[in-house]
Design a protein around this ligand. Sequence first.
Ligand SMILES: [Zn+2]
Length: 102
Amino acid sequence: MNDQTGNPAEAFLGKVRKAKATGGHQVDPNQLLPKLEGTASVVRSFCTGCGNYLELSQVKAEKLATSAKITLPPNLEGWYFETESCRLCDGKGDGVFLKSLQ
Ligand SMILES: [Zn+2]
């Protein structure tokens, strides 16, 4: 996934540089099933821009939902977000969808 340039400085920068949002990634439902790892995490989000999975806290989930004019269900268990870009990538899309795991 990462660009291999052979230059150590470049290789290091590659780790902090944002992922390239190529778009069109498909969610893998199996990646959404494991228990959330973060103690504050309440829901996962999947980025179709870069294909990364993130865990969101309640506060972040609410912010994301508000930005997309989505009303959150009282309990986010069984739901996940799908976004067109995320903090890990350089995606430009601002689409946000709340989807059911079933
Ligand atoms: Zn992303």
